[in-house]
Design a protein around this ligand. Structure first.
Ligand SMILES: Cc1cc2nc3c(=O)[nH]c(=O)nc-3n(C[C@H](O)[C@H](O)[C@H](O)COP(=O)(O)O)c2cc1C
Ligand SMILES: O=C(O)C(=O)c1ccccc1
Length: 420
């Protein structure tokens, strides 16, 4: 783990002479582009989605881009970013490129983004999570592994090497606590240092495109999304006890059983978090918070962080934008726990705005998945480097010296509506 910690003022890439950092990536392209370096695919962040669509089957693509109901929440997620504008300041004497490092969950990290937990990555690329986790480690970006991964905990850990990795839990109901403990133990042993508990998906949302296609990633014949269950000793032994046979003898039943275990259709309560606190030694982050009231309860129960997220608009229709509720949640709890953010991030300026509104870090969801579709490990690297290079220049040209709150805060923003 320690080797991707970096020293303040020194970039990780300077330490190990690895690939170029975001700045070098950008200057490489400008200065040497005509000579030798071509990106694996476009730098235009809003083109990644439709390019990925050209490479995917209609049902897989529909699954990734899809959102709940009429798509209102997802549209609002995106629209919210343009309601805030970054006001550049001039003749600010900067020391060169801004420092993007952050302190989050008790750890100093070089960049303020992480790969959001995204399940079933083998439908995006046969290398799935292995490619994505390797790219994240290479780019010094934490990788959050999903419970619905198509690769086992241990194999993702191997691919992630000395990169920072966090584990996302889809939380079985209390009668399956031994399975929860088994997942947590495996994650801990495999070097996952923080636990992200997703609260908004104890059942999948109303997703018209998937229903039109009759598409459920779990029901595919290639068993994507259930690797953690199929490799879990406690789940396996329960299955054998109940059905009198091994998982391999009745894959359909095993997949159905695991799906019911991690998407039980009933939710937990705040009191239940205590159980996780007893069995996970390390930071716990609750993902899917959208209200000030819930954020305050998170403080009361003593978790280390929250992700202000509406799951990219995939779970509930008719909801608010995630960015819209961020400032009031930061005002209520931002000094008591780490507030992370996701839902709608597509470019560097989006990251800058969420950080300015008080998020410590942004999780990037669909964009890195499009990178995975378009270029496997190299594609994910390209997306992460593009986002970071774009963020870096956005701050630099606005006269903002770093992504720390003393430099990047609400004073750099104006509401576009207030200008008229
Ligand atoms: C295809 C797909 C699968 C996802 N799977 C998970 C998951 O397994 N666990 C989870 O907590 N969130 C999951 N999410 C939600 C992301 O973690 C994140 O909240 C969301 O993608 C952020 O919005 P964005 O895509 O606009 O960046 C998934 C999102 C997508 C697009
Ligand atoms: O699709 C999702 O948003 C999600 O969280 C999920 C659900 C099941 C399998 C994989 C991902």
């Amino acid at each position: 783990m320690a080797s991707n910690q970096h020293h303040p003022g020194k970039r990780p890439d300077m330490e190990n002479n690895a690939d170029p950092d975001p700045i070098a990536y950008e200057t490489d392209v400008y200065q040497k582009g005509l000579k030798y370096q071509r990106p694996p695919f476009t730098f235009k962040p809003l083109d990644w989605e439709h390019l990925a669509g050209e490479r995917m089957s209609a049902d897989s693509y529909g699954y990734v881009i899809g959102s709940a109901g009429s798509g209102e929440t997802a549209r609002k997620n995106r629209a919210a970013f343009e309601r805030w504008s970054i006001v550049p300041r001039r003749l600010v004497k900067t020391d060169g490129f801004p420092d993007l490092s952050v302190s989050v969950l008790g750890q100093k990290l070089p960049f303020p983004i992480a790969c959001a937990p995204v399940g079933v990555q083998k439908i995006m690329n046969p290398d799935g999570e292995v490619a994505a986790a390797a790219a994240a480690a290479k780019e010094h970006v934490p990788f959050i592994m999903s419970t619905a991964s198509s690769t086992s905990i241990e194999d993702v850990a191997k691919a992630s090497g000395d990169g920072t990795r966090w584990f996302q839990l889809y939380w079985p109901l209390n009668e399956h606590n031994d399975i929860t403990i088994s997942m947590l133990d495996r994650a801990k042993k495999a070097g996952f240092t923080a636990l992200f508990v997703t609260l908004d998906t104890y059942i999948l949302g109303w997703r018209p495109s998937d229903m039109d296609n009759g598409y459920n990633p779990f029901l595919r014949s290639d068993q994507v999304g259930v690797a953690i269950g199929l490799t879990d000793p406690v789940f396996r032994s329960h299955f054998k006890q109940k059905h009198g046979k091994e998982i391999e003898e009745d894959m359909n039943a095993a997949v159905a059983e695991w799906t019911r275990t991690v998407f039980p259709g009933r939710s937990h309560s705040f009191e239940d978090v205590k159980f996780l606190q007893e069995h996970w030694k390390g930071p716990i982050v609750l993902k899917g918070i959208q209200s000030v009231e819930d954020a305050k309860t998170c403080v009361e129960i003593g978790v280390q962080g929250i992700v202000v997220s509406n799951h990219g608009g995939r779970q509930s229709d008719g909801g608010n934008s995630s960015l819209g509720v961020l400032p009031r949640i930061v005002d209520a709890v931002g000094d008591k726990l780490d507030v992370l953010f996701d839902s709608g991030i597509r470019c560097g300026a989006d990251i800058a705005k969420a950080l300015a509104l008080g998020a410590k870090m942004c999780l990037v969801g669909r964009p890195y998945i499009y990178g995975l579709v378009l270029g496997g490990e190299g594609g994910v690297s390209h997306v992460l480097k593009s986002l970071l290079g774009d963020l870096e220049l956005t701050l630099h040209l606005a006269g903002i010296r770093s992504s720390l709150p003393e430099h990047l805060n609400r004073s750099v923003l104006v509401k576009e509506d207030d200008l008229f």
